[in-house]
Design a protein around this ligand. Structure first.
Ligand code: GLA
Length: 679
């Protein structure tokens, strides 16, 4: 901004300024305004927004840097270049403690020209919890707008960019020329602060104090290849000491009476129903477990577990994998079915003289680590790329595929995430045969080893992987780019899965990426930036999709709310439903979406999602679901039957929140027997 613009405001009598300043200025940019905000230096007493700590800004994609668009270009709106400002990406939040010294915030806003007319966003400014400016929906190419907000006496300011309720694609949003004016002589400066969820915490059932009477949880079905090592820990809560028995275990398996860990090796293919009995001081629990022997019978329900990437990224090592495994048991999550402990990228060193992969010094002995994880009843996963290098630039499996599969089996690995990364430089083109080739190759290598290894494809959905992932031997496949802990990222990864539901099923699942609840942060952990309601939506949506639930958080920092989200068996049972029919969106009216999925006990799980910023009533009609008459409704997050309802069910759904119910009276079926073509 140059002096002329600044003096335009200074020249007006004070009372009038005050009156004007109470009103937020929001209008299409005039050429003059735009040119005023394109100065190289700020006016006296003003600071550029970009001089604050932008690491505190949360956003749906990329990283905000001062004076650049999120795509890394000069900030440009309608052909006007702004030397200063902040380029971000919807959905974005930035909280600033004004330290009582700010008098005004001024910025041009719009979608950066680098998106060439694409993208749609809404810029909002909140001051002390009141919305004081709202640009309305702005599309790429729209004339930039000027925002000017009075901050006199204000404590906090939040700059928000929403996705205008249509997903975050191309939402490159600019706070162009943005600056904060300070009181003359101010001795302190405003500071950016961590985003704090001040939204009301939704009431969800307490799961961290399970009943004293034993209860068996987790998957009702599991599978393995005959002759290969079998490991399954029966997930149980209840007052200890507990003792475990199993009748009808197939030949080759035995259960440890003290730990409930089933080990051995199946002798034959086929479907077996074992009855697990758990005794404790407060009673007895009994539940059937279907055990399927055969080739390619892994991941009959979506994998539940943990992966190092979203919390530790390159800082993963033997010690934090061990402590995460132990915390999985101690936190009680293993007692609800979580069982995989997966090491992501950055464990790899080079190869020895014979070409065998070595782990680097962060992982002194993978064999010892696997033994430890197995001793807890859990399973160990690893990561590689079909290319010469992983996404993190570490050694990939290219031209060493069989050696790597052999090494993983020798170490005792149970799960492989295989990430495309540098294979892009090897593939001749993006044709299906080229996209499939490295995955088929690793599949054939895994088939030759003497260990069951769940195979997770990671190639971000290229070539509509959901259509062919199962034929190429994938147990799960990433359908999206990398998730982060923002509403925009989580919602776009999750809600985009509706059309893929028919490709999911026992042994082969759509994967919208790992969870971002708890303390996450890719080497720099912080409390998730998802609000409480957004976290409820995250777990509900992933469960409706029948997605893998792989935590990506610091396992030593599981607060009560996060634990209650993760150990709710009613919700986990939706995700782990043995029939494996994924849910999808039935309809969307304004900001409410209704998703449903059929469950093995004859009921339906129904989610009412609210993607909007305001609470809305959501209503499902039984006719939407092909149901008639009175239906029993159970609120799954509350773990509570609400009674019988005729015609349908309505509830208020909080902003970005979810109401998750089960509709119908469960049939009393004891064991799940897979249909013939699936056994
Ligand atoms: C890619 C994947 C992530 C993670 C990193 C590791 O970005 O999508 O999940 O595995 O690579 O480098």
């Amino acid at each position: 901004m140059n002096k002329r613009f600044w003096c335009l405001l200074c020249g007006i009598p004070f009372a009038l300024i005050a009156a004007l300043a109470m009103l937020t200025v929001m209008r299409p940019a005039q050429a003059q305004d735009a040119s005023e905000l394109t100065a190289q230096t700020p006016p006296p007493n003003a600071i550029w927004l970009g001089s604050l700590d932008l690491s505190k800004m949360t956003q749906g994609w990329g990283k905000s840097t001062a004076d650049k668009s999120v795509g890394g270009n000069p900030i440009t709106l309608n052909g006007v270049v702004y030397p200063h400002g902040v380029g971000t990406h919807a959905v974005s939040n930035f909280d600033v403690n004004l330290k009582g010294v700010a008098v005004k915030f001024v910025s041009m806003v719009g979608v950066d020209d680098e998106k060439k007319g694409m993208g749609s966003v809404d810029f909002r400014v909140w001051v002390d919890d009141k919305k004081v400016a709202d640009s309305g929906v702005m599309h790429g190419g729209d004339p930039a707008k000027l925002i000017s907000v009075n901050l006199t006496g204000a404590k906090m300011m939040r700059l928000e960019v929403t996705d205008a309720n249509d997903g975050i694609d191309s939402d490159h949003a600019d706070w162009a020329g943005a600056m904060i004016f300070l009181e003359p002589g101010a001795t302190v400066k405003p500071v950016a602060v961590d985003w704090v969820d001040d939204s009301p915490m939704p009431v969800i059932a307490d799961c961290t104090n399970p009943p004293a009477k034993p209860e068996i949880h987790g998957p009702r079905i599991t599978g393995a290849t005959p002759g290969r090592p079998f490991l399954f820990m029966v997930p149980v809560t209840g007052r200890e000491p507990l003792t475990f028995h199993a009748s009808g275990l197939p030949a080759g398996l035995k259960i440890n009476p003290h730990t409930g860990i089933i080990t051995g090796a199946l002798k034959a293919s086929g479907v077996h129903v074992a009855t697990i009995i758990v005794h404790g001081p407060a009673g007895t629990a009994k539940r059937d477990l279907t055990i399927v022997g055969g080739i390619h019978k892994l991941a009959l329900t979506p994998p539940l577990g943990w992966n190092s990437w979203n919390v530790w990224a390159g800082a993963v090592d033997d010690a934090n994998v061990r402590s995460s495994a132990l915390a999985m048991v101690k936190s009680g999550l293993a007692a609800h079915g979580f069982q995989y402990i997966n090491i992501d990228d950055t464990w790899e060193d080079g190869r020895d003289a014979q070409g065998f992969i070595q782990s680097n010094k962060k992982f002194p002995s993978m064999t010892a680590l696997a033994d430890y994880v197995h001793s807890l009843g859990l399973k160990l996963g690893i990561y590689s790329s079909p290319g010469p290098k992983t996404c993190g630039g570490y050694e990939g499996s290219y031209q060493h595929e069989q050696q790597d599969a052999d090494t993983y089996a020798k170490w005792g690995i149970d799960y492989l995430k295989y990430d495309w990364c540098s294979y892009g430089g090897i593939a001749k083109n993006n044709s299906l045969p080229e996209l499939q080739k490295p995955y088929k190759l690793m599949r054939s290598c895994l088939d030759k080893v003497d260990r069951d290894i769940v195979f997770s494809f990671c190639q971000y959905g290229m070539g509509d992987v959901w259509k062919w992932g199962a034929q190429c031997g994938g147990n799960l496949w990433r359908c999206t780019g990398d998730i982060n802990d923002s509403w925009g990222s989580m919602a776009s990864n999750g809600f985009s899965q509706s059309d893929h539901y028919m490709y999911a099923g026992p042994g082969h699942w759509n994967d919208p990426d790992m969870l971002v609840v708890g303390y996450v942060g890719w080497g720099n952990p912080h409390k998730t930036h998802l609000s409480y309601n957004e976290q409820v939506t995250h777990i509900s949506l992933w469960s409706m999709i029948a997605a893998p639930l792989l935590l990506g958080c610091d396992m030593s920092k599981l607060d009560k709310f996060t634990l209650d989200l993760l150990c709710n068996d009613d919700v986990l049972d939706v995700d782990q439903d043995p029939m494996g029919k994924a849910g999808h969106r039935y309809w969307q009216h304004n900001t409410i979406q209704m998703w449903a999925r059929p469950l093995w006990d004859g009921t339906m799980a129904v989610a009412l999602f609210n993607t909007g910023e305001e609470p809305h009533k959501g209503s499902v009609l039984w006719s939407d679901l092909g149901l008639k008459g009175k239906q029993l409704v159970r609120n799954l997050w509350l773990k509570k039957n609400l009674g019988y309802f005729a015609g349908g069910f309505s509830a208020e759904v909080p902003p970005h929140g979810t109401v998750l119910i089960k509709v119908g009276k469960p049939k009393n079926i004891k064991a799940y027997i897979p249909p013939k073509n699936e056994d």
